[in-house]
Design a protein around this ligand. Structure first.
Ligand SMILES: C[S@@+](CC[C@H](N)C(=O)[O-])C[C@H]1O[C@@H](n2cnc3c(N)ncnc32)[C@H](O)[C@@H]1O
Length: 371
C-alpha cells in the first residue's frame, strides 16, 4: 500500500452564509488555520484530523478529503490523469465507491462522461468496484478546466447524529441549528428555550453542547472504510461527556405529536434529564424559572401562497409574549420573510448574512437582552 501524503487539504461543507461560523468552530476545536471559502471551510490536516472533524464538529455536513487537482482540457486527458492518482493511498480495493461529477466553465461539460472516466480509472487501476449505492463517494468538481477530486469521509450527512428517528414536516438540520446557536453567542452556559420546537432540534442540540457530548458519538462514518482508517486511534479521539451542568433546556409546541417526537429524540440523544418539553400554543408561553438565556425559534416560514396574513398574527403573538415575559433573554429568530419578522415588533439588531438552504434564503434576526 502506498502511504497517504503527510497532510492534505480538508474541506468542511456547510450552507452558504454559515462558512464564517463553521470556521470559528473549527478554530476553537484546534484545527490549524481553517479558512472560510464559498460553501465551506478549508484547512490542511492528516487522517486523525479527518476523523476528529467528523466526530467533533457540530456545524459541518460533510468532511471532504481533497486528494487530487488535475488540469484537464478534454476527456482523454482526464482519463489519463485520473489513472495516475494514488487511489490506493485513500481507497480500499475491496470497498465499492460511487463517483459523482459536476462541470462549470470548463471545456469538459459532460458531467456524466467525466464521472465515468474517473470510475473506470478507479476500477482498472485500484480494482475497487464502482456502483451507485456504494458506501464511499468520490466527488469530482471540474471548474475552469481544473478537476478537483475529493473523497467524502463522512458518508451520510453529519446532521444525522443517529438519535432522531422522529421528524416533523420541516425539521431544522442539526448542523444548521448548531451554527445558528453559535451565531447567537450560545456556548453551553445558559438556558435555551424554543417555543415552536417541532422535533426539538435546537433544544437537544443546545443540551448536547452544554453536556459536552460529541455530535458523532452514536453513528458510523465512511472513513471507517477508507485506506488510512485506524480503529485504535479513532478510539482515543472519542471523549466521555463532561459534568452535567445545572441548566435546563425548554421546548414547547402547539402540536402534541411534535412534543412526543421531541421527548423521544431527547431520550435517544441522552439529554432527557436536561430537557423539558410541553404542549403549548405560543400565546400561553410563560417564562421559566431561573436565569435568563436564549430564546431561539424558527416559526413556520409561510412560503405557501395565501398563508402569510394568518402568519403575521402568529409572529405578532410571538413578539408580544416575548416582550411581556422574557425581559433579560436574548431572541434569535430564523425566518425568510422580512415583513413577518417586522410583525413581531421585537427590537432586532441588523441581521447576519443570509443563509441559502433548500432553495430558501434564511436570515437569523437577533436581539440584545430584552428590556
Ligand atoms: C418550522 S417548524 C419548527 C421546526 C423545528 N425547529 C425542528 O427542528 O423540528 C415550526 C413549528 O411551529 C409550530 N407552531 C405553529 N404555530 C404555533 C403556535 N401558535 N404555537 C406554538 N407552536 C406553533 C408548528 O407546530 C411547528 O412544529
Amino acid at each position: 500500500m502506498t502511504d497517504a501524503p503527510p497532510d492534505f487539504e480538508i474541506f468542511l461543507v456547510t450552507a452558504p452564509g454559515l462558512e464564517a461560523a463553521l470556521a470559528e468552530e473549527a478554530q476553537e476545536l484546534g484545527f490549524v488555520d481553517p479558512v472560510a471559502a464559498p460553501g465551506g471551510v478549508t484547512f490542511r490536516g492528516t487522517w486523525p484530523d479527518v476523523w476528529r472533524a467528523n466526530l467533533e464538529l457540530r456545524g459541518a455536513t460533510h468532511v471532504l478529503v481533497r486528494i487530487a487537482s488535475l488540469r484537464v482540457m478534454h476527456l482523454a486527458q482526464l482519463d489519463k490523469r485520473a489513472r495516475r492518482v494514488e487511489w490506493q493511498a485513500f481507497l480500499r480495493p475491496d470497498v465499492a465507491v460511487s463517483v459523482e461529477a459536476t462541470c462549470r466553465k470548463s471545456k469538459i461539460y459532460h458531467a456524466g462522461a467525466a464521472a465515468q472516466r474517473i470510475a473506470t480509472a478507479i476500477a482498472e487501476e485500484l480494482g475497487a468496484p464502482v456502483r451507485a449505492d456504494a458506501p464511499v463517494r468520490v466527488l469530482a468538481r471540474i471548474e475552469d478546466d481544473l478537476c478537483t477530486i475529493s473523497i467524502d469521509s463522512s458518508g451520510e450527512s453529519l446532521h444525522k447524529r443517529g438519535h432522531k428517528e422522529a421528524v416533523n414536516r420541516a425539521p431544522m438540520r442539526e448542523t444548521m441549528a448548531a451554527l445558528l446557536l453559535r451565531q447567537c453567542g450560545y456556548s453551553g452556559t445558559e438556558p435555551v428555550l424554543d417555543p415552536m420546537c417541532g422535533s426539538g432540534t435546537f433544544v437537544i442540540e443546545a443540551a448536547e453542547i452544554a453536556l459536552g457530548l460529541q455530535p458523532g458519538r452514536s453513528r458510523s462514518f465512511a472513513f471507517e472504510q477508507l485506506a488510512g482508517f485506524d480503529l485504535a486511534t479513532v478510539a482515543t479521539l472519542r471523549r466521555p461527556p463532561g459534568p452535567v451542568p445545572p441548566l435546563t433546556f425548554f421546548g414547547s409546541d402547539r402540536d402534541a405529536g411534535a412534543i412526543e417526537m421531541s421527548r423521544a429524540n431527547a431520550e435517544r440523544a441522552g439529554v432527557a434529564a436536561s430537557t423539558r418539553f410541553q404542549q403549548l400554543p405560543i400565546g400561553e408561553l410563560t417564562r421559566p424559572e431561573g436565569p435568563p438565556g436564549l430564546v431561539i425559534i424558527n416559526p413556520p416560514y409561510g412560503d405557501r401562497i395565501g398563508n402569510k396574513p394568518s402568519l403575521a398574527g402568529l409572529y405578532r403573538s410571538l413578539g408580544d409574549v416575548l416582550k411581556r415575559q422574557f425581559s433579560g433573554w436574548r431572541v434569535g429568530l430564523v425566518a425568510t420573510d422580512a415583513n413577518l419578522v417586522r410583525a413581531t415588533t421585537l427590537p432586532f439588531l441588523p441581521p447576519a448574512p443570509s443563509i441559502l438552504h433548500g432553495g430558501l434564503r434564511i436570515a437569523l434576526h437577533q436581539t440584545a437582552p430584552l428590556p
